[in-house]
Design a protein around this ligand. Structure first.
Ligand code: NAD
Length: 413
């Protein structure tokens, strides 16, 4: 079976050709600090079940562990190791005072009714309780989880916690009413779209009328598509877990937003032509491809035939290391996940700061901060890639590795 964690290690090794990192830093980063596996019983409408929860805490040199919780049938330890490691590099890249973590459950949320899902969320929080905390490890939403679940996790945490006041800053990605930040819901997708804009600016390309293809119309994908449509781009291909669709005239993103309010997939959407596979989707003639679903979606085979000018990774780890090499040879730029989808953790950080200081920042204030930091991060990594003559992924890892290495050296050398 292919290993996603191995891909992270390959990405790290590739970057090491362009920087000088202390061997001990390399050794520490190669293995997560804590791998927490816990099973817990939960009373469901069909009887009692025992579920297996995961939390991997990769590294906390820069601050408390930070990373999402994924509810998806394919969740496994290898995947969580990889996702936790990417969080360490992502937080370092954005100069945040956070380390990296990830967790989840191997379940399909669509198979449970609301009452059962609530019971799972609360029991899962009980299992996590000892391992998370406002200055220790701060989870957030990821695939299959959402703001509503974060509200319940925060509530359950406080039911157990008792005594020292209501703690909001232990989970981010909450609804605004429950102490969440304005702009958090749209932050990751907006950040992805801002990377497309920065790329176009760098290449002297006008986005008006340009085309994009999107895989995954969830939290990340739909907000990226919305912002790109506002910038005049056309979404000519899109997919979710149920279907891949093509429409050379372009889909209406706002109409899709409405459709997804009352539907759980695109299967019955009924517009555009159905494609046979994701390979056909990625192969479409277009300017930008945005994979915003899961890891390992774009293989070496896809890379040989894809026709876009740039790939902006909304998802974590969607492009394999072999595909990366081919894109580099073919001069197709890849804006890497740890940069492109870092808008989410950025606004999670703003949420954490607001919670800690009992502040509420305005929507405009948060959006301006997000836009500025995403543009700044894109430019610094793009410049570094030019200076070191490496890909943007290598440059992103170089930046983060050097930052982490500085901490190691200052403490130990
Ligand atoms: P989500 O659950 O809101 O949406 C996931 C989307 O992917 C859905 O449209 C689903 O139908 C689709 N999908 C699932 N399996 C698929 C498959 N096999 N083929 C095609 N489509 C499939 O999740 P999300 O929060 O949008 O996360 C998407 C990606 O972005 C993940 O890799 C996640 O780790 C990453 N990410 C999310 C955030 C965040 O703030 N939510 C932040 C950074 C990175």
């Amino acid at each position: 079976m292919s290993s996603v964690f191995k891909n992270v290690k390959v990405q790290m090794q590739n970057a090491l050709r362009f920087c000088k990192i202390h061997p001990n830093t390399q050794k520490v980063l190669a293995t997560p600090q804590n791998r927490i596996l816990f099973s817990f019983p939960v009373q469901l409408s069909k009887g009692m079940d025992v579920l297996q929860g995961y939390r991997v805490q990769h590294n906390n040199w820069l601050g408390p562990y930070k990373g999402g919780l994924r509810f998806h049938p394919d969740v496994n330890l290898d995947e969580v190791d990889a996702l936790a490691s990417w969080m360490t590099y992502k937080c370092a890249l954005q100069d945040l005072p956070f380390g990296g973590a990830k967790g989840g459950l191997a379940i399909d949320p669509s198979k449970y009714n609301k009452e059962d899902m609530d019971a799972i969320v609360r029991q899962f929080t009980r299992g996590l309780y000892d391992h998370v905390g406002s200055n220790k490890d701060i989870p957030a939403p990821d695939v299959g989880t959402n703001g509503n679940m974060m509200n319940k996790m925060m509530d359950e945490y406080n039911v157990i916690h008792r005594g020292t006041g209501h703690v909001k800053s232990v989970f981010t990605g909450k609804s605004v009413e429950c102490g969440g930040s304005h702009v958090r819901e749209e932050a990751t997708g907006r950040g992805v779209a801002l990377c497309v804009e920065q790329w176009a600016f760098d290449q002297n390309i006008d986005l008006e009328g340009k085309t994009f293809v999107l895989q995954g119309f969830g939290n990340v994908g739909k907000y990226a598509a919305k912002v790109l449509e506002e910038k005049g781009m056309k979404m000519i291909g899109m997919a979710d877990h149920s279907v891949c669709l093509y429409n050379p005239q372009g889909f209406s993103v706002m109409e899709l937003f409405e459709y997804m309010r009352s539907n759980s997939s695109l299967k019955e959407y009924g517009q555009g032509t159905a494609l046979k596979s994701k390979d056909e989707l990625f192969d479409l003639e277009c300017d930008v491809v945005i994979p915003a679903a899961l890891e390992m979606q774009i293989s070496e085979e896809n890379a040989k035939t894809m026709k876009c000018k740039v790939i902006v990774e909304g998802a974590n780890g969607p492009v394999s290391p072999e595909a990366d090499e081919i894109f580099a040879q073919r001069n197709i730029q890849v804006v890497p996940d740890i940069l492109a989808n870092s808008g989410g953790v950025l606004v999670s950080y703003y949420e954490w700061v607001q919670n800690k200081h009992e502040e509420v920042w305005s929507e405009q204030d948060v959006r301006e901060k997000l836009d500025y930091k995403m543009g700044d991060a894109y430019r610094k990594i793009n410049e570094l890639s030019k200076n070191r003559n490496c890909t943007m992924r290598e440059a992103a890892f170089v930046y983060s590795l050097e930052k982490l290495d500085n901490v190691y050296r200052k403490r130990n050398v």
